[in-house]
Design a protein around this ligand. Structure first.
Ligand code: SFD
Ligand code: AMP
Length: 629
């Protein structure tokens, strides 16, 4: 303790995270902060150049509406998102992002991101909403723009500082505390408004990759539920915590499927060569209007596949060789066909090399030539990512101009993207019910939230008092280091000790509970009231043991707090699945005791936790449509 310096930083706007949403917030807030003489501070647990989900790069920008090209309307996008989420979407938030996202993509291009173009100079689309990029350095480029913008304003960036939780002044957020993962420093940030953009969560559920593959997941292992914990601990309401995301991915390397399904028009078949999207089509009749929309919602696509898997009809194969040969064969002469084949092979490898390098390594390691043999695909373990085809995140205010008389009381409380806690703003994976924003939409939402936050600061321009006991927080945060040091001599094996639990062991316990009781891979994504209640009981015991987490060094200290954050994400998830007494997203999870979709659950399921008592409240919130079907 005495070796740890306390560093205090006072600022106006505090941006937590350095990913896509945070970079958008940095670019936007730098502009407004400069005009208003305000200071902006960014804190990232990692190095912004390669932090967050886009660390390895991406091969497509998944949200581009094409408004100025006249390709689509905002109404089209709302319909797409609403249908994909089985009716559950905050349409004001979806429009708020969609109307600005194209300008973000144009900025990325201006900053140097190579977007594929056709012979006429138009963007090459992967599907209706996605554009192809050479995106290995996507994040480096976006971070550079954010840093350049911040240089123009009064700003500071702290990298490798892990944020643990919020500081409060009554019902207003007043700052954040955390620690350096490289130096013996405990940080106290005091701010007038906070933008939370610390991503979603992975490794809450047991991953398919175990043993030598542990750590490999689709979602980046360093996003560990910090946004969820931070917003809950600040007393804010969360939404859609049951709407996990289960991506279908190339098996074991988690390579993306979008380019195969949309760009290469590939089919997926079971071990008998049957296409589940055809043979299982009648099942779609059971899921209301959403069974008959185009495209079939992501969770229903998963579900049709899982029905085959559960009947022992796997493995499931992506017919890469068939798709490539078919596209090449469509060329007019043999020379063109040969050229096309080479081009497609290159694109197939680049798709992985741009964003999931390990899948390309796995292809190489298993002698897989995509033009010659198919590859297995599988449903991954569940993740929490409000920006993709899941929806979990904070319940935030929409923009005023998009409200109607019907929506205003439910969806608007003063500042765009402010959570229900005063001064706390959320974007990207941290904000919920506005799915399908992806990298471009998350950056855009960061811009919107930051502009809202600056407006809040200008209109509430006082430095809140920090009511928390800083010394007590410091002791709590560093306790795992002290415990390990005091008790380590009790056993010869540092992993096994009666006095402490190491973070990895703790994580395994959390993952086992979630996997078996909350509908993970082992449970074939099925659960029930009885299972969830048992899971909650075991989670309660695990939470007691969290006080006994031990850390050998700063890195492990970070692991301890990551797992604390994951635990709250897990609890929010179980409680919300328990609350929603229906099955609305089969293919994401199936409640075997309430196996159908019900009209009375056409609503948002929200939750909040009293930070003082730890007591949870569950709430239903209405869905208002802004756009006709
Ligand atoms: O196709 C703390 N995504 C894709 N989006 C696209 O547009 N195109 C694609 O091709 C995409 N593909 C994809 C995608 C995601 C992943 C994981 C893969 C592939 C493998 C989605 C986007 O990546 C996603 O929508 C955005 O990145 C979301 O932005 P944001 O800002 O909400 O999250 P982030 O970028 O992960 O950043 C999080 C930041 O928080 C930091 N952090 N900092 C301080 N203290 C703590 N306690 C913290 N905890 C976390 C992180 O370091 C990071 O800076 S496709 O396959 O879907
Ligand atoms: P993915 O690689 O699965 O993340 O997909 C990239 C984008 O394509 C996302 O916008 C997905 O929602 C979309 N997508 C993926 N597969 C399909 C499919 N079979 N039909 C329609 N859209 C898809």
């Amino acid at each position: 303790m005495e070796n740890f310096e306390t560093v205090e930083v006072t600022t106006d706007l505090l941006i937590l995270g350095g990913g896509m949403a945070a970079c958008g917030a940095a670019v936007e807030s730098a502009y407004w902060a400069k005009q208003n003489g305000l200071k902006v501070t960014v804190v990232d647990k990692a190095a912004m150049d390669r932090s967050g989900a886009v660390a390895m790069g991406l091969s497509a920008i998944n949200q581009y509406v094409g408004l100025s090209e006249g390709d689509n309307t905002l109404e089209d996008y709302v319909n797409y998102v609403r249908n994909d989420l089985m009716g559950v979407a905050r349409e004001d938030l979806v429009v708020s992002i969609a109307r600005h996202v194209d300008s973000t993509v144009h900025l990325f291009e201006k900053w140097g991101l190579p977007i594929w173009k056709d012979a006429e100079g138009k963007y090459v689309h992967e599907g209706r909403w996605q554009v192809m990029i050479n995106g290995e350095s996507y994040k480096v480029l976006v971070a550079e723009a954010a840093k350049n913008a911040l240089k123009e304003a009064d700003s500071e960036i702290f990298e490798r500082v892990f944020i643990v939780g919020p500081l409060m002044d009554g019902d207003r957020v007043a700052g954040a505390y955390g620690f350096s993962v490289r130096e013996n420093k405990f940080y106290v940030f005091k701010a007038k408004a906070i933008m939370t953009a610390m991503g979603g969560a992975v490794h809450v559920f047991k991953p398919r990759s175990t043993g030598e593959g542990l750590g490999r997941a689709w979602y980046p292992p360093w996003n560990s539920g910090s946004s969820t914990y931070f917003t809950l601990a600040a007393g804010a309401e969360l939404t859609c915590q049951e709407v996990r995301f289960i991506p279908v991915r190339f098996k074991d390397g988690y390579g993306p499927v979008g380019a195969w399904f949309l760009l290469f028009k590939s089919r997926a078949v079971n071990g008998l060569g049957e296409s589940y999207m055809e043979t299982r089509r009648p099942e779609l009749d059971n899921w209301g209007p959403y069974g008959h929309v185009k495209p079939v919602p992501a969770n229903l696509r998963n579900y049709l596949m899982l029905l085959d898997v559960n009947e022992g009809k796997g493995p499931i194969y992506m017919k890469t060789e068939e798709a490539i040969q078919k596209l090449a064969a469509a060329m007019p002469d043999p020379m063109e066909q040969k050229k096309k084949l080479k081009e497609l092979e290159n694109e197939a490898w680049e798709d992985f090399l741009d964003m999931t390098i390990s899948q390309a390594i796995l292809w190489a390691a298993t002698n897989t030539q995509p033009e010659e043999k198919p590859s297995e695909i599988a449903a991954a373990e569940p993740y929490f990512i409000g920006s993709h085809s899941g929806a979990s995140g904070a319940w935030v205010s929409g923009p005023e101009d998009l409200q109607t008389d019907a929506t205003k009381a439910d969806y608007f409380w003063g500042y765009a993207n402010m959570a229900t806690t005063k001064g706390l703003f959320c974007a990207g994976d941290a904000s919920g019910a506005s799915s399908h924003k992806f990298s471009s939409g998350s950056f855009t939402e960061g811009r919107i939230a930051a502009k809202g936050a600056i407006k809040f600061i200008v209109e509430n321009n006082t430095q809140p008092n920090v009511a928390d006991d800083i010394e007590a927080l410091k002791t709590k945060v560093l306790a795992p280091l002290a415990l390990f040091e005091a008790e380590k001599a009790k056993t010869t094996d540092p992993d096994i000790n009666p006095a402490y639990i190491r973070p990895k062991m703790y994580m395994f316990r959390l993952q086992k509970i979630m996997d078996e009781y909350a509908g993970g891979v082992t449970a074939q994504f099925a659960t029930s009231k009885a299972q969830l209640e048992k899971g909650l009981e075991l989670l309660g015991v695990l939470k007691e043991d969290a006080e006994k987490l031990g850390a050998e060094d700063l890195h492990e200290l970070m692991r301890c707090w990551e797992n604390q954050h994951r635990t709250y994400q897990a609890e929010a998830h179980i409680r919300t699945m328990l609350f929603r007494e229906e099955t609305r997203w089969p293919g994401y999870y199936f409640r075997s005791d309430t196996p159908t979709m019900k009209d009375e659950w056409y609503c948002f399921a929200n939750c909040k936790m009293d930070p003082a008592t730890g007591e949870w409240t569950m709430l239903k919130r209405p869905i208002h449509k802004l756009v006709a079907d």
